[in-house]
Structure formats: C-alpha cells, structure tokens
Write a protein that binds this ligand. Sequence first.
Ligand SMILES: Cc1ncc(COP(=O)(O)O)c(C=O)c1O
Length: 470
Amino acid sequence: MCASRARAYAGRMLDTDPSLPQTRPAGQSGAAPAQVRHLLTEIPGPRSREIHARRTAAVAGGVSSMLPVYVERAGGGVIVDVDGNTLIDLGSGIAVVSVGNAAPEVVARVQEQVARFTHTCFMVAPYPGYVDVCEALNRLTPGDHDKRSALFNSGAEAVENAVKIARRATGRDAVIVFDHAYHGRTNLTMAMTAKNLPYKDGFGPFAGEIYRVPMSYPFREPAPIDGVQAAERAIDVIGSQVGAVNTACVVVEPIQGEGGFVVPAPGFLPTLNRWCAENGVLLIADEIQTGFARTGRMFACEHEGVVPDLITTAKGIAGGLPLAGVTGRTELMDSVHPGGLGGTYGGNPVACAAALGAIATIEQLDLPAAARRIESIMMPVLVDLAARHPQIGDVRGRGAMLAIELVRPGTTIPDPAEAARINSACHRNGVVTLTCGTYGNVLRFLPPLVIGEELLREGLGVLAEAVAGQ
Ligand SMILES: Cc1ncc(COP(=O)(O)O)c(C=O)c1O
C-alpha cells in the first residue's frame, strides 16, 4: 500500500474481528504451542548461545541468522526456543509458513506420504501428488487460459527455469529486471538481483543478457510520477538500451520483497503488461514472496488485474517444505523439449503432499481474507506510529506484507542503523521481525496468516515500544 492509501487508514476505528483466533491459531491442532509471548531468559538465552558457539565452529560463516535463538518447536504465531522462550513470529520464516508452522493439514499429509515413499524422482517413476500440485497451480494462478506447471526446489530455481522457458519460447536472449529486485542467489538470479552486499559481492562474473531498468518506488521518486509514467520510463530504457525485439521477458515482483516491500504505483504493472503483449515479450511475475494469500489475494498481480504469461511461486506454497513452481501459458511451457526442465528432487512427493495440505488450508480458512484482516489491524497502528515518530518515513504494503521505512527525520535519507536498532529491540523483547531494503532501512512484517489478533496486537505493542526507544 502506498503512503496515501496508508494514510486513509489513520483514525479509523477497529472492530475486534471474531474470526481471528484469539489464543489458538485457526486450524491448529491440540499440540500447538500456547499462543502467548513468554520470556524465561534473555534473548538469546544460555542454551541458544551454547549451540551458537558450536555453530560458529561448524557452520560456514557466510550463512548468517538474523536472530540466533535456536528453535525447539513452532506453531500458529509463535516460535519456542531451546531455552523455553516463546516468541511472537512476525516473519513466517520469510513469508513461508503462511498457514502457520506445523499446520495440521500439512503435518497429516506429510506423515502419510513419508510413510509410503519419500522419493522416486518424477523424471524416473512419477506419482500423482506432483500432478495434483500442478493442477492446483493451474487453477489458482491468475487467468483462465490453458496452463501447465513444472515443479522445482527453491525460488531461485523457479526463476532460472522461468527464464529458460521464456528464452526458449521467444527465441530471444535479453531479460529485463528492475532496480531493487531480488530473485535469488544462484548465478543467473544473482545477476537479476539488484543489491550488491550481501548477495553478490565478490561472486561474479555473473550471467549475461540481464538488463536493469527503473522501478516504480513512490516514496523515492525525485518528483511525483504515476504508475503509467514510471512504466513508460522503464519501457523507454528497454527500447533504447536493449530493444524490444531482443527481449525475451520482463521479470517483476508485483510487490518487491527483499528490495524493501516496494509497492509500485497503480498502473505500473498493467502498463508493463500491455507493452509486453504488444511486443511479444513475456511478463514473468515473480510471486515467490507475494503469492499464496500473503497480500490479501491469492496472488498479488490480481490487485491490478494483471495476468502474467509466466508466474514463479515458492515459499508459501508448501507450509515450509522446499517446493517451487513455474506456471504459464501452455504454448510457452510446452515450447521446451522433453527433458529440458526438471531435476532430481523437483516436486519431491513429501513436498507435494505438504503443498496440497497448505493449499487446502489456505482455501478452507480463506487466508486471503485473513491477510486483509491483518492489514486492517496492523496498518492503523503503523500509520499512527509514523505520525508520532518522524524517523518512519513511509508505511506501505498489502495484506500481511507490510513495512515501515526508516529515514533521517524530515528527509528520505535511509537510516539503516535505526532499522537495526528497532529490529534488535523487538528481538530482545520476544518478537521476531526482519529488515530488508536496498539500503537495509526497512522493517518488514510477515506474520503467519493464522496468527491470533491478541498475539498480533501484543507484537505491535512491543514494536511501538521499540520505535519509541523504551
Ligand atoms: C521475490 C523472490 N524471488 C526469488 C526468491 C528466491 O527464493 P529462494 O530463497 O527460495 O531461492 C525470493 C526469496 O526471498 C524472493 O523473495
């Protein structure tokens, strides 16, 4: 949500929504941890620190953790650490456990599947779960045209494969990406990702034929510009520096994730989509972070009625098990020769069972509506905080994908130190929050969509104290 839409929430009275669970998350089994913040030790506690010391001696330093509390169990809206502390989860493992950790439908289907068989390789001896997930993806993704899907292990792998398909289908090489984009950490997706540190520094040379164009970032536009104009600015760069005839695809996150929860101005995505269609360029929506109900619709493209040619999914698709997909128009997907797509583990049967459980949960509990309710609870609180604390320059996002951008008061100069300070204060007080943004100055909120209202409000209270420096 842009700042102006955010401001419209200011002062609005909130009704307590009885459909948001108060103590136990919707759909959570009796074994779920109690849905209360409860701190027994400092964060991280002694047992976490002990494991962390072992980790430092065993795990490569390049793999970092934002909050080194070691997890014992998790469910609904909480994480319980090895010291017995219960933390409120406003991160969902980076937008993954939207259905809650250990969601009952996921657990039941995984247990059933894992006891039958764990792997045959879909490319060797296939199984029905893979087909079921592809059917679900074809049904749920935007557009009622004929579609096909293929499954992979990670978001980056899905993006790589979407680019392969686009190049094969169009016979063109160039790939257009945006400022602030994040698409992963493999060689091709590093090239597509904008931010140098920590993702790219020293890891080149990168894959070729990737061209970066300006994004619509309303808070950071030097002069007011609407979404159509921002798209025309990007199209102009493509035309002058790449050439439409050389361009296979434009890859865009409908709301940028790691880049700072950047919501493009209305009209940006539809204008790009129209230009792509007119020029034989494929629009690939990277919905890896925004997909599966996170933004209040099943997919974020739907907010603007955009139907992409190809869509990449991962994260929220499988309740925490590694699975990713590419879904798109049949003629594009089927332009690839047999054997051109795949991998040993892609669409693993246990991950597919988890996905079917997660998708059933999303549909049964109407989690897009839950995301919209979370927005209606969180947005007024964030807007009120911004009104009282000038270091919050912008409040934005959609559904349960919301953020505040920290700046030097009265300017748009990024203040990553202030974001880090607030983030650490939240952690010390038992609330898991995450930062993001090209400048590291954005605090983002991605609660599980099954989080109870009381817990969510408590988390927001901790955030408010952290912002105020209490
Ligand atoms: C929009 C987007 N694309 C791609 C990726 C990469 O996904 P993965 O980490 O599963 O490779 C991410 C991960 O954060 C993402 O947010």
